[in-house]
Design a protein around this ligand. Structure first.
Ligand code: ADP
Length: 482
């Protein structure tokens, strides 16, 4: 079953192709660091070819009735659902997360495809009362053109459908460069798009180990009208600079530093369960993971104890093993970063309630679920995205104080509050300077809502009607002399 979706070549112009250079690069299973595939290593030349075919396909794709574009997307959605198990296997193989989580990601990603298939038909415009009686003002929405998408490894499937499906629904064509650690999920989705019968050149995938080379083509080629990127703030900044010369449109979903606030009125069990889900999903490797957990002093000790009991029960291991809750981290750089942040906190006076070391018996990339107390706002792990299964608990005393501390970051993606005081819920959700505020709920991401951040967490939104608009231009028509 998995075999038919395990593709290793680039998908350009509706065909599976080797890179022009004939080079390949290895993909590893992070659970055992064994090579699982050699994938075509696309060069700038391959990317240029992909741009050329995407541009050629754009004219006819945009002309299709939205209902016709929706039909392709619906077919793709059905195929993704039919192959959910095989897609999840591939995802776990290259990314490491437990199979159940991988399956959840595939289904969540498929939901975006279904949603945008429906939204394709609702790209409504406006008819505006004109300034003159003999004039009419019409506003319509049009596809921006060819889109270049660059995606990360932490959600190798859902980050793709979130970009590809609104782009295609809007009438754009797309070139996707997936992360070098996880190209197989992208290629498997392309294999299903091929089965769904999308016209040639509408959806292209160029895997590479030379991200900057492909990034340069996508940002500098005038035929590409928009870059949609999810990844680090550092790379997002670079891509935005590269796009500046052409005033190319960008949507950027970048890093986060999510506060998770537990107030005195919180339901303790609900808050602990919420934190477990928010912190340890994907081994903490998400841009919306709780990064700074602020617990009110009145319940700090009780909360820490209840949290520790649950954390100690978590089972790390290879994602394809039954009963495993936490998989490995993605690669050496990932685990080294976590080790460094924890070491820095411990050296500066933090205490580990559990974990704080590698689970070396399982392999080189496994890190034990960790809780730290005695952490301070000056520590490196307070300012940086941890991207690992490490939960630092900060104590606070006063609402205004914790709001100020929570907002004291360059990031502004997700924030969480556990609170049962109505007045405080509004106070927090008004004051938190974030693109997203979740109250008494750890799961923010849904295709129905606008996902995205403020400040240095990015520009633009994914999901919802706003996610479709990212791929559309507004055209104003003035009809005069009527
Ligand atoms: P992370 O640190 O989580 O891997 P990155 O921002 O480095 O985040 O990577 C996210 C995506 O950006 C990946 O697909 C990666 O290959 C790509 N990428 C990294 N550097 C560049 C670059 N200079 N130009 C274009 N894409 C890049």
């Amino acid at each position: 079953m998995t075999k038919s979706l395990l593709k290793t070549q680039a998908f350009i112009d509706g065909t599976w192709q080797q890179s022009k250079t004939k080079k390949t690069f290895p993909v590893f299973n992070p659970a055992n660091e064994q090579e699982v595939a050699q994938v075509s290593d696309c060069s700038a030349e391959d990317a240029k070819k992909a741009v050329e075919v995407a541009q050629a396909a754009f004219e006819s794709w945009r002309q299709l009735n939205p209902k016709e574009r929706a039909a392709y997307l619906k077919k793709w959605h059905t195929l993704i659902i039919e192959h959910v198990d095989a897609l999840a296997e591939i995802l776990t193989l290259e990314q490491g997360k437990p199979l159940a989580e991988a399956k959840g990601e595939i289904l969540g990603g498929a939901a975006a495809v279904e949603w945008f298939a429906e939204e394709a038909r609702r790209a409504y415009g406006d008819f505006i009362p004109a300034h003159k009686n003999d004039a009419r003002i019409l506003v319509t929405k049009e596809p921006v053109g060819v889109v270049g998408a660059i995606t990360p490894w932490n959600f190798p499937s859902a980050m793709i459908t979130r970009k590809v499906s609104p782009a295609l629904a809007a009438g754009c064509t797309i070139i996707l460069k997936p992360a070098e650690d996880t190209p197989l999920s992208a290629l498997a989705l392309a294999a299903l798009a091929e089965q769904a019968g999308f016209p040639k050149g509408v959806f292209n995938v160029v895997p590479t180990s030379e991200a900057a080379d492909i990034g340069n083509v996508l940002t500098s080629d005038l035929r590409v009208s928009k870059i949609s990127f999810t990844g680090s703030t550092q790379v997002g900044r670079l891509l935005m600079k590269q796009c500046a010369d052409q005033i190319k449109k960008v949507s950027l979903e970048l890093g986060g530093n999510a506060p998770f606030i537990v107030t005195p009125s919180a339901d303790l069990e609900q808050a602990v369960d919420g934190l477990m889900a928010c912190k340890f999903r994907n081994a903490g490797q998400t841009c919306i993971s709780a990064n700074r957990i602020y617990v009110h002093e009145s319940l700090f000790d009780t909360f820490a104890k209840a949290f520790m009991d649950k954390v100690k029960a978590l089972k790390p291991g290879p994602g394809d093993t039954d009963g495993v809750d936490i998989g490995p981290l993605i690669n050496k750089a990932g685990i080294e970063k976590v080790e460094k942040l924890v070491a820095n906190a411990l050296e500066n006076g933090a205490t580990a309630l559990c974990g704080a070391e590698k689970a070396s018996d399982l392999g080189d990339l496994f890190y034990k679920p960790t809780i730290l107390t005695g952490v301070k706002d000056e520590m490196t792990l307070c300012c940086e995205e941890i991207f690992g299964p490490v939960a630092p608990l900060y104590m606070y005393t006063d609402t205004q104080e914790v709001i100020a501390r929570a907002n004291n970051t360059e990031y502004g993606l997700a924030s969480y509050v556990f609170c049962n005081d109505n007045k405080e819920i509004w106070e927090f959700s008004d004051a938190l300077d974030y693109g997203m505020v979740a109250v008494n709920e750890p799961f923010l991401a849904t295709e129905l809502a606008p996902f995205g951040g403020v400040k240095q967490s990015g520009i633009g939104r994914e999901g919802s009607k706003y996610g479709l608009e990212e791929f559309m231009e507004i055209k104003y028509r003035l009809l005069g002399g009527l």
